[in-house]
Every structure is written in structure tokens, then in C-alpha cells.
Design a protein around this ligand. Sequence first.
Ligand code: PLP
Length: 374
Amino acid sequence: MIYLDNAATTSVFSEVAEEIAAVMKGSYGNPSSLYGYGLQSRKIVDQSRAKLAKVIGCDPAEVYFTSCGTESNNLAILGSARARRSWGNKILVSGFEHPSVQNTVASLTEEGFEVIVIPPEKDGTVSLERFLQEVDRRTVLVTCMRVNNETGALIDVSKLAREVKEINSRTAFHCDAVQSFMKHQTVLDGSIDTMSMSGHKIHGPKGIGILYVRKGFNLKRTQFGGGQEKGLRSGTENVPYIAGLAKAVERIGSIQQNLKQVKECRDALWQGVCDLPVVVKNSPENSSPYILNLSVLGFRSETLLHFLESREVLVSSGSACSKGEKSHTLEAMNVDGERLDSALRFSFSSLTTREEAEKAALAVREAVSTLERK
Ligand code: PLP
């Protein structure tokens, strides 16, 4: 199989699976226990935290473990907004966020928050100016993703965060970095307050996430219990998956080198199909090479997807969580119905080869010449 749905999830590195099994079998102590078994588990958690902090570019004390990217987004958004409720109620969010951001922000309207959605431009990017125009003294939170999971649109969130803070230094800034973690560096220079990451997009296990929380940042807890993760995220730490995530970042290697390789694959796929008059690119210019979204006009996404599967190429029509529904990002970009109905997302990983990308392009060509138009 040629797996080109890495934005949905990735295969687990065998070294990661081995590490998880070894920790599960050999270090089952509770990290909060005071005897040797506990201390051994605590050491694994601490060492993993230090390794992850190094690649994120922050202090280990700023790394909090959660169960997934969704949980990290929930904690950051609910916790930041509620901690600032006494002086403001306005929240700004881009119009193409993942549901774990969109729905969490929407839920805050029930608590009296006002949500302003900044729609993406027709070309798939977001305008930093449109965000900045809306920031005022009542703005408690601005949230924007680093890489869009459907088109690969790449947003300079560090710049946006800096400029938001220039207008209102008390406004919290959250970034969903689930699709950019270990793929594109994000500068943490004190302007971004919270940032979400997830294990399963980088060949780590599903069910482990990270929330970066800037030192000194006021975040209200949303979960109550035994006080783990400095009281911010109670619950016994998932020691094997924490170790597995640390192993994944070690194994994945250099961001720059992987970018170069993935770009070659993305470009090979695009070069293999771009002369077809029915093919239109939906990913913006200068987007992340990890994602290529295109439409094959006149053919339904689902029909294409199944044809490609019959040729051993796995892709998706929108995001994995939309289960075949139309892409909410393309809808937010206001693309026309025909383009929306025929969209496909190809997403790559550092394990993808150029040969696989070329074969995928041939399979698309075969679909166009074989399938009946709708
Ligand atoms: N944010 C983005 C941009 C994503 O693509 C995803 C997963 O698809 C998530 C958040 C959720 O991450 P998780 O699956 O770890 O909950």
C-alpha cells in the first residue's frame, strides 16, 4: 500500500513500539509512588519531558502531557478564556480550525463569550491584518493553527502572536501545532502562550499529546484530581506513551532534511498530474509540503478515493474526522461546489518515497481516463 494519509495519522516507528512495550513491561510503577518502581517511572517521564522540550524549543517545565491534541486544545482554550473572564469576553479564531478548536471555542458562547471568526481568504491563507483589526481591550484569546490539516496552509503564528500582544499585552494566544510539530519550527519567544501537539502525527502512538504552557502564564485547570502535571492535568501519567513520544522525536530526525524529502514527493505528485485540465490545486502557494489538496473536476471525491484504494493508494477526501463529509476548510474558503465535491487530500511523511508519489500520480491519471464522469 502507498499510504498518503499521514495528516490523519502515521504508522508507528518500530523503535517506538518496542520502547512502549519495554516501558510497559519493565517500568509499571506509578510515577507518584515513593519507592524505587515509582522513581524509575518518574525518571522516564522527566527524561522524556526534557527531550521533548529541547525539540520544541522551550523549558521542560513548560511541557505538559495530555491524552491527545484534542485535549490540549480544550485545556488551552477553556483555561485561557476562563482565566480572563473578569476583564473581557471576546475570542478571535480563524475560520479553518480543527473541530477540537472550533467546537471548544463555540461552547464558550454558553458562558457569555463572544466569538469572532476570521474566515480564510479565497486563496486559502489567513490575513493577519484581519485578525489584528479585531483585537481590542476586551479580547481575552486569539487562537490560530500553524498548519491547516486539510490544505497545508502555513500561518506565521509567531508573528501574529507578537502583533496581537502589541495591541493588547493581556490577550492570550493559543496555537494548534498538531500538523506542524516536528515538521515546521514554531518560534516560542514569549508571545505564544499555549501550543498543542500530538503523538500520532509523527509516527508516535495515538492517545498522547502535549500542551506547551509558557512559564508564568495564567491557565485555569479544567480537570480535577490528584494534581499531576503541576495540577493542570490530573490523571496518572501515561508513562509508556510518554516514552514512546520521546522516542518518536528522536527517530524522526532533522526537520530541514525531512522537509526537503517531503517537498520532493509533493512536487513529484503535482508534476505528475498538473497537466490534466481537470486537476486544480486547492493548497495555497507556499503551503506546507506535507499536504497537497487538489480537485479532480467532474469526479466525486469518494469515487476517486475508492479507485485509488483499488490501486493501493490511500488518500482522504477531507479530514479524517469529517468521515467523508465535505472539507470544512474548502467550504470556508468559499470554493465552488464542483471543486468541493471532487477534492482529495494527499499527505506525506518522512517515510514517503518519490517513487510512491509518482505511482500515486499515475493512479490519478488512470482514474481520470477510466472512471465515468459524474
Ligand atoms: N488539530 C489538528 C490540526 C489536527 O489535524 C488534529 C488531528 O487530526 C487534532 C488537532 C487532534 O489531535 P488528536 O487526534 O491527537 O486529538
